[in-house]
Design a protein around this ligand. Structure first.
Ligand SMILES: Cc1cc2nc3c(=O)[nH]c(=O)nc-3n(C[C@H](O)[C@H](O)[C@H](O)COP(=O)(O)O)c2cc1C
Length: 352
């Protein structure tokens, strides 16, 4: 089968299979394993400090000299109600006590946010060749700065309207993220209702409306689904959930065990963990925050407020109290090496 196309040439990869950036899950080892075997690994650095960004990039480079993508979050920090945030902290304090968890209350005035613009100089200094972004589009000045370095830019869209904006901003490719996808929605048109379009509908629609290559994301887990994405007009696939249980993943043991057993109906979209819509396996934390009736502060406020509690739950391997991001197609996700997972996708696709 012919794997090469316009996008593989641009990205300088052998197979148009992209390991999705997954903040909190993806390690430099995972990225390198995929890139080393001819796919494209993606290193998530959304919201991290410039120092941590550089450290992760250097670590990835120490494992591979092949191209890999670096993934940015382009959100700003919205105005938010301090009263809502304090009410949420009150709730979490009680919730933590009732469940033998630790919740450290934060002083809202001291919250520190890192913006993607603080990371750009690191990406340029480290000679990164591919940058993907989600939650919006970098501003024109940033797009120009990255393009001047010859960096290939990949945006994220969950609707045709978003994909057209990504193309207009000068991106070289667009990831069409269907509603099946695990993790955060990349949606960024605040005034529009949250797009809830499945990959099967979204990919051909976007492919019909943009000239840049389309990458299908959401629900892809096998040779058959990879073939289907190509048939729908995608030039590459971006796969996240199938790598969560891998050896190189940071997922805690109980999450890695729960993931392959999850039914297609076990995940849900929630704002409970971060304030942004994201898909994860339902658990006690998600249900309790939603049942509280409280107004959930917007991203990244809720994300930061809940971060400490989630970290402590992870240390104790208590999956009911931390986010278990997962797409609808999580059943059968395997605890194997990331290289094996990629190589199996390639073999399966060739065998279809
Ligand atoms: C655990 C997890 C974390 C994610 N984190 C990011 C991220 O940091 N940046 C990003 O662009 N997308 C992120 N995503 C979304 C993926 O890029 C991709 O759209 C999705 O995984 C594709 O659907 P699938 O999970 O069904 O394969 C994440 C997805 C998961 C499952």
């Amino acid at each position: 089968m012919e794997w090469k196309n316009e996008l593989t040439a641009q990205l300088k990869i052998d197979y148009p299979i992209i390991q999705a950036p997954m903040l909190g899950i993806t390690t430099p080892e995972m990225v390198a394993a995929v890139s080393q075997n001819g796919g494209l690994g993606s290193l998530p650095i959304g919201g991290l400090s410039p120092e941590r960004t550089r450290e992760l990039i250097r670590k990835t480079k120490s494992f591979t000299s092949k191209p890999f993508a670096v993934n940015l979050f382009t959100n700003g920090v919205p105005e938010y109600s301090h009263a809502d945030a304090e009410a949420m902290q009150d709730f979490l304090e009680t919730f933590a006590r009732d469940n033998q968890l630790v919740f450290d209350r934060l002083s809202l005035d001291a919250l520190r946010f890192y913006n993607y613009k603080e990371q750009l100089s690191v990406l340029i200094e480290e000679a990164i060749t591919i940058v993907s972004f989600t939650f919006g589009i970098p501003d024109a000045e940033s797009m120009t700065a990255l393009k001047q370095q010859g960096i290939i830019l990949v945006g994220t869209a969950t609707s045709v309207q978003e994909a057209v904006l990504v193309q207009q901003a000068g991106a070289d490719a667009v990831a069409a993220q269907g509603i099946e996808a695990g993790g955060h929605r990349g949606s960024f048109l605040e005034e529009a209702p949250l797009p809830m379009v499945g990959t099967f509908v979204l990919v051909p629609e976007i492919a019909a409306h943009v000239d840049i290559p389309v990458i299908a994301a959401g629900g892809i887990k096998s040779g058959r689904t990879i073939r289907a994405a190509f048939q729908l007009g995608a030039q590459a696939v971006q796969i996240g959930t199938a790598f969560i249980a891998s050896h190189e993943s940071m997922a805690i043991p109980s999450y890695k065990t729960a993931l392959p057993k999850a039914q297609v109906t076990d995940s849900a979209l929630t704002r409970a963990f971060s304030g942004r819509w994201a898909r994860g396996i339902r658990n006690q934390f998600m249900e309790a925050v939603e049942a509280s009736g409280l107004r959930i502060p917007p991203y990244p406020i809720q994300h930061i407020i809940t971060a400490g509690l989630r970290a402590k739950a992870q240390q104790a391997d208590r999956k009911e109290f931390t986010n278990m991001w997962a797409g609808q197609a999580s059943a059968g996700a395997e605890n194997r090496s990331s290289a094996d997972i990629l190589l199996q996708f390639i073999a399966q696709t060739e065998g279809v």
